[in-house]
Design a protein around this ligand. Structure first.
Ligand SMILES: Nc1ncnc2c1ncn2[C@@H]1O[C@H](COP(=O)(O)OP(=O)(O)OP(=O)(O)O)[C@@H](O)[C@H]1O
Length: 678
């Protein structure tokens, strides 16, 4: 039994339906230790026969048996293993991979062996030393002479320690001296107990082997033994394994570096879109945060404003947001600074009864219910000076101590005045000294008998308020509840409230509790209209979200362009690297390895784009926030980890999708066609 046996090999090429038979029944036996030359006329089918022996061609009739085992040409994976394990190729045109260094070319088959990294590198160097190229290990193929390239190809063919070396015109492109040297190396390889099959046109080259097989008209017409085959021994051989994924990533990275400038432009193009998406998202976060802060600084977010539900009034929310009435008069209103005026002018006041208030108090998560009173057009007098307070409220749950700049919240007999409209009117430079001083407050309103009366009382200044007021809200002036209601009662003014401020135990419970209040019923009729600041903020934020999402979506359109760019680049890369694909397949890489190679390269583009976009966006964030610091001391752009993760996910998805088709077409290439690409 010979090591390699060919039986009745027939092979035809087809042009349309027309058949061109090339091999017409080849029977050959080869043994290890032989150096066989295949001679024959040009176009006689020598290369075709080599592709069949080498496991690259699957479309033929007949059988190839290796070491007693018949190859299954329908099993592509088995053929990948066969090429990886048993075959080493040497070509006339060297077929080195131009973007890999000499040593990296030799390392390709070694990556598919079980040797560890240092063993692989040592073996590659040892093989290069054997072919006299140790010094050239880190050069690139285009920096070598023809003879040197062919020696690199020989080192690469030997790297995985294959039993069979197929050399297709190995000396075809070499001068006489290099030809002799290469023939000597091939003879040495056979002497190691390997089978060397070399295709040649040259009789003198053929004479260097141990046997000459002559091909004529698709058949063997002569088979001449020149000398004995070399003896073989059973030295253990290197074991092969599938190509690890990490090698594909590394090779992809090397190719990325090789085409650095072209790839950098693509990275830049993709990064621009990703950067815009990230910056707009960060801007959305910042604006939402800013609105939140502004509102929460002025009003306690844990408080819900509740008034009686009225079908006739357009909506309580509208009431709550109406502008403060400038007309005089006191009212008992919702906690919003504005509600009082609107209630007296547009709708009949509906007071909340104690029973109704108790219903609110009994709700789960409700901590406290405060009646809300609001007096408009209040005159404040101190030391002969007069200031007008457009709205004076009782200190209730909805008020927040955030607004108090000096002093404390008003206890019995005390009032809080705002810095700008009241305190500075009384004492321009030394307004802080007003704390502890007593001022007189008065306003006109209708009493229970519908008569206009003046409610007048004195109060000690407990503190001074100041809000940043960038939201354009009213100034904050608050009087102690009891102080106000006593004065109202003294003038026979109604002290039932048309609005209450309800404190909820936790911020997280505000929305659910507000909903429950709106659902409360008595005798089948809805009782209350409840509005929380967070629901107002929620509405505003919905619009901010919408706006930023639209902006981000527009930015995302540019990502479609990026994806197209990556697709085009990948297709270009596939067509430029067709030969490389053929070489890698011949060396035993599988379709999957090829697919992974191109996908990895695209993923590298994606990751680098996302990284660049993140760096630039964070730089943009710092710069924008710095520039806007003069408007308000707030970070208007807030890029979160979530935004960064999203951008990376988008980049990876885009690059993965963009690489899929090109990578698929690369993997589907027929290795023989790929090898013959220019
Ligand atoms: N893919 C193909 N499609 C159609 N015909 C092909 C194909 N490949 C080779 N042939 C034809 O098959 C015949 C054998 O080609 P092959 O390359 O095997 O010959 P060869 O003996 O190696 O020639 P040379 O010595 O010139 O390299 C030629 O006539 C060639 O035109």
């Amino acid at each position: 039994m010979s090591y390699l046996e060919l039986r009745d090999i027939h092979k035809s090429y087809y042009l349309g339906k027309e058949e061109f038979p090339v091999l017409k029944g080849i029977d050959l036996n080869f043994d290890l230790g032989e150096f066989v030359s295949i001679l024959g006329e040009s176009g006689g089918g020598k290369s075709t026969l080599m592709n069949i022996i080498g496991g690259l061609d699957r479309q033929f009739q007949g059988s190839v048996t290796v070491n007693g085992k018949r190859l299954d040409h329908n099993d592509e994976k088995a053929l990948d293993t066969y090429r990886r394990d048993t075959i080493g190729y040497i070509y006339q045109a060297y077929n080195l991979i131009s973007h890999l260094s000499v040593i990296d070319n030799v390392l390709i088959p070694l990556d598919m062996t079980t040797l560890n990294k240092s063993e692989r590198e040592a073996r590659a160097m040892q093989l290069l030393e054997r072919v006299g190229l140790k010094e050239q290990a880190h050069k690139y193929p285009n920096q070598l002479s023809g003879g040197q390239k062919q020696r690199v190809a020989i080192a690469r063919a030997l790297a995985s320690d294959p039993k069979v070396i197929i050399a297709d015109e190995p000396t075809g492109a070499l001068d006489a001296q290099n030809t002799q040297e290469v023939l000597q190396i091939l003879d040495d390889i056979a002497a190691e107990g390997r089978l060397v099959i070399a295709v040649t046109h040259s009789q003198s080259v053929a004479d260097a082997g141990t046997r000459i097989v002559h091909l004529e008209d698709g058949q063997i017409d002569k088979d001449t033994k020149l000398r004995d085959a070399y003896a073989t021994d059973e030295t253990p051989r290197l074991k092969s394994k599938l190509l690890p994924a990490s090698v594909s990533y590394k090779t992809a990275y090397k190719h990325f570096k090789y085409n650095f400038w072209r790839n950098s432009l693509i990275v830049l193009g993709t990064a621009i879109g990703l950067f815009a998406v990230m910056l707009f998202s960060g801007l959305g976060n910042g604006i939402k945060g800013y609105i939140n802060k502004q509102v929460n600084d002025m009003v306690n977010p844990q408080v819900v404003s509740v008034s009686r539900y009225q079908k006739t009034s357009k909506s309580a929310a509208a009431d709550a947001q109406a502008a403060p009435s400038s007309s005089g008069g006191a009212s008992q209103a919702g906690p919003s600074a504005a509600a009082g005026g609107a209630a007296t002018t547009s709708t009949k006041k509906v007071s909340l009864t104690d029973k109704q208030i108790n219903k609110l108090k009994n709700l789960k998560h409700v901590d406290q219910v405060d009646k809300v009173y609001s007096a408009s057009g209040v005159t404040a007098k101190y030391s002969g000076k007069t200031a007008t307070i457009s709205t004076l409220q009782n200190w209730n749950a909805s008020a927040t101590t955030n607004t108090i700049k000096y002093g404390h919240k008003p206890k019995a007999g005390e009032v809080l005045i705002d810095k700008k409209s009241v305190a500075k009117t009384f004492s321009k430079n030394d307004y802080k000294s007003l704390i502890g001083k007593t001022i007189t407050l008065s306003y006109k309103t209708l009493n229970k008998d519908n008569k206009m009366v003046t409610v007048k009382f004195k109060a000690k200044v407990a503190g001074i308020t100041s809000t940043s007021n960038s939201m354009g809200m009213a100034f904050d002036n608050y009087v102690n509840t009891k102080t106000l209601t006593s004065a109202m009662k003294a003038n026979n003014v109604d002290t039932t409230a048309s609005g209450v401020a309800v404190s909820v135990d936790k911020l997280d419970n505000v929305n659910a509790t507000t909903k429950k209040m709106n659902q409360l019923k008595m005798n089948g009729k809805r009782l209350f209209t409840a509005t929380s600041v967070s629901s107002i903020i929620g509405t505003v934020q919905t619009y901010v979200d919408l706006a930023t999402n639209i902006l981000a979506a527009i930015a995302a359109i540019s990502l479609v362009v990026s994806a197209l760019m990556i697709i085009v680049t990948m297709y270009m890369s596939v067509s430029a690297r067709t030969k490389e694909i053929g070489i890698l397949r011949a060396l035993g890489e599988s379709k999957k390895d090829i697919r992974r190679l191109f996908i990895s390269e695209s993923l590298i583009i994606g990751v680098l784009s996302a990284t660049l976009a993140t760096v630039v966006a964070i730089g943009g964030e710092l710069l924008t926030n710095h520039l806007l610091a003069s408007i308000a001391n707030f970070a208007f752009v807030q890029i979160t980890i979530g935004n960064v993760v999203t951008v990376f996910v988008i980049a990876l998805v885009i690059s993965l999708l963009a690489a899929m088709l090109p990578a698929r077409s690369a993997a589907k290439l027929n290795p023989i066609d790929a090898l013959s690409a220019d």
